[in-house]
Design a protein around this ligand. Structure first.
Ligand code: C2E
Ligand code: CA
Ligand code: CA
Length: 511
């Protein structure tokens, strides 16, 4: 750009010199001509003073004209140069920087990164199955989709980050001074944003992308080595089944990788059929020994790792915010299951869903929850929620308000894992809950330890004195159940009666 401008300037100086020369010639000629015609032959004899007066007069008229001309020329030229520069460095279709500019920027970022020791992240984004869009819907639609994708990529950029279109359906995002976590976060954000529904001219479709992440300088110190790493990672993401990111391995320690991988896989699992599903565990009435209700428990069947316990993936889902989607999926699946049983003319049991603190913290949690129930036409008495003590501790007032709203609409609330949190027993009185679920660690030894039995007995009495019902968790032996019954606990749940089972088995055995 600077070179072009200098060239421009030289050119303009030349034009200026030529014009100045013309001015001098005009001046000399006009002097002779004017002198002869206006003042007669005698003019010459007036000498140098008149000549100078004439010159100054002409200069005054001509110089602004000259400047005006030069300025105009410079402007046109620089606009032209600007247009040419734009064309050479920006992608015409999407308006994003093109490959050339991206690589120039990357070179600068890389030298900063190597110099300062701050890593930088390069995300290579390749749209999945874009060729199909082009082939089946035509290039016009393809172009439009690329524009939409480019807009979405641009939307998620933070300050100082650069996006570019490398060509075809390949995009690049560069994040200076980014940690691994930040790079992954950006990749997740991109995947989420890109997979939102596209509606265009009556067409509706979903787009996904595969992202290769390279972290510099670990994954390379030159543009070509970084691009090679990002490319390899992207290829891995495609090979693993698309719609995910993959980090160039050298950039990661194994441990981090497994968490990231699970998160990545979980994100994908949410869009797959059958990987995430529910099991149900009966909650029994102690007095009648019949099933009162069912607790929905999520299961994840990972395609290569097999069944992953919720204790492993729920914390990851909570950290990444994916739990909100999981919670929604659980509620929808539970409602759909209730409707299915209705359709089969089965008797119906209320289903409890676990709601984590992250979900409860959502401003519109109550509205969304009720909305799902009304969408599926499910009565509020058929679904209840289980929340833990810890979620009550965070944003206490807000959470209480939400629970109160739900209870006013007829949704029961169970306090899960009771005894594990820090709440003093007295607070039970003020909580907007219906049932206390005593944590299984307090149930485990009630048949063998006098102290444990006393504690259990106290908990049950206390809850009853606040008109709450009590459920004992983790009842595995007949002796435990005997104590539970003697202490007048209302409900129990545990392997003794049944482990969590599939919906089919529930229908066969209990409905
Ligand atoms: P939780 O809510 O306390 O669920 C009860 C857990 O205890 C279940 O483990 C269940 O299988 C297990 N369990 C039931 N009876 C017995 C017993 O007699 N003995 C023993 N040792 N264990 C018993 P699971 O399914 O592995 O779930 C673990 C935790 O994961 C749950 O604890 C809950 O905190 C969380 N979780 C499960 N599904 C969901 C979900 O859909 N959403 C959320 N937010 N969390 C969930
Ligand atoms: Ca629970
Ligand atoms: Ca529990």
């Amino acid at each position: 750009m600077a070179i072009a401008w200098a060239e421009d300037f030289k050119e303009q100086v030349k034009v200026f010199a030529v014009l100045l020369l013309i001015e001098v010639v005009v001046e000399v000629v006009s002097y002779e001509w004017l002198g002869d015609h206006l003042f007669g032959v005698a003019w010459h004899s007036h000498g140098i003073v008149e000549y100078l007066v004439h010159s100054v007069w002409l200069m005054i008229v001509m110089t602004p004209l000259l400047f005006w001309y030069v300025r105009r020329q410079l402007r046109t030229q620089s606009r032209l140069h600007h247009d040419l520069w734009q064309m050479a460095h920006y992608d015409e279709l999407t308006g994003l920087p093109n490959r050339r500019l991206a690589f120039t920027n990357m070179k600068e970022f890389l030298s900063d990164s190597v110099g300062s020791g701050h890593p930088m992240a390069v995300l290579l984004i390749d749209l999945d199955r874009f060729k199909q869009v082009n082939d089946s819907l035509g290039h016009d639609v393809g172009d439009e989709v690329l524009k939409i994708a480019a807009g979405r990529v641009r939307d998620v950029l933070g300050r100082g980050e650069i996006a570019a279109r490398l060509g075809g359906d390949e995009f690049l995002v560069m994040i200076p001074a980014a940690s691994t976590e930040e790079a992954v976060q950006a990749a997740n954000l991109l995947l989420e944003r890109l997979q939102e529904k596209i509606t265009w001219n009556g067409y509706e479709f979903y787009l996904t992308a595969s992202i290769g992440i390279a972290l510099c300088p670990v994954s390379g110190e030159t543009v070509s080595s970084v691009m090679k790493s990002a490319d390899l990672a992207m290829y891995e993401a495609k090979r693993d089944g698309k719609n995910r990111w993959h980090i160039h391995m050298e950039a990661l320690q194994e441990k981090l990788y497994s968490t990231f991988r699970l998160e990545n896989d979980l994100r994908r699992a949410l869009h797959e059929q059958n990987e995430l599903f529910l099991e149900f565990q009966p909650q029994m009435n102690v007095g009648t020994n019949r099933v009162d209700s069912l607790e929905a428990l999520i299961r994840w069947h990972h395609p290569t790792l097999g069944l992953i316990p919720p204790s492993e993936f729920i914390p990851i889902a909570e950290d990444s915010g994916l739990i909100v989607k999981i919670g929604a999926l659980v509620l929808q699946t539970a409602c759909a299951q209730l409707n299915e049983w209705k359709r089969q003319n089965k008797s119906i049991l209320p289903i409890g869903v676990n709601v984590s603190q992250v979900e409860l913290a959502q401003q519109d949690f109550v509205e969304k929850f009720l909305h799902v129930l009304s969408d599926y036409d499910i009565d509020t008495s058929l679904v209840f929620i289980e929340i833990t003590e810890t979620s009550l501790m965070k944003n206490e007032r807000e959470v209480r308000d939400k629970l109160t709203q739900l209870r006013q609409r007829g949704i029961h609330v169970m306090l899960d894992d009771f005894g594990n949190g820090y709440n003093s027993l007295g607070v039970l009185r003020q909580l907007p809950i219906d049932t206390v679920k005593i944590d299984r660690t307090f149930v485990r030894d009630i048949h063998s330890s006098v102290a444990d039995r006393s504690l259990f007995s106290a908990l049950v009495h206390l809850a009853h004195s606040f008109s709450l019902t009590v459920l004992a968790e983790g009842v595995e032996h007949q002796q435990q159940l005997a104590v539970v019954s003697e202490e007048r606990c209302d409900q129990y749940q545990g392997y003794l009666f049944s482990r969590p089972i599939t919906a089919n088995k529930v229908a066969i055995d209990y409905l």
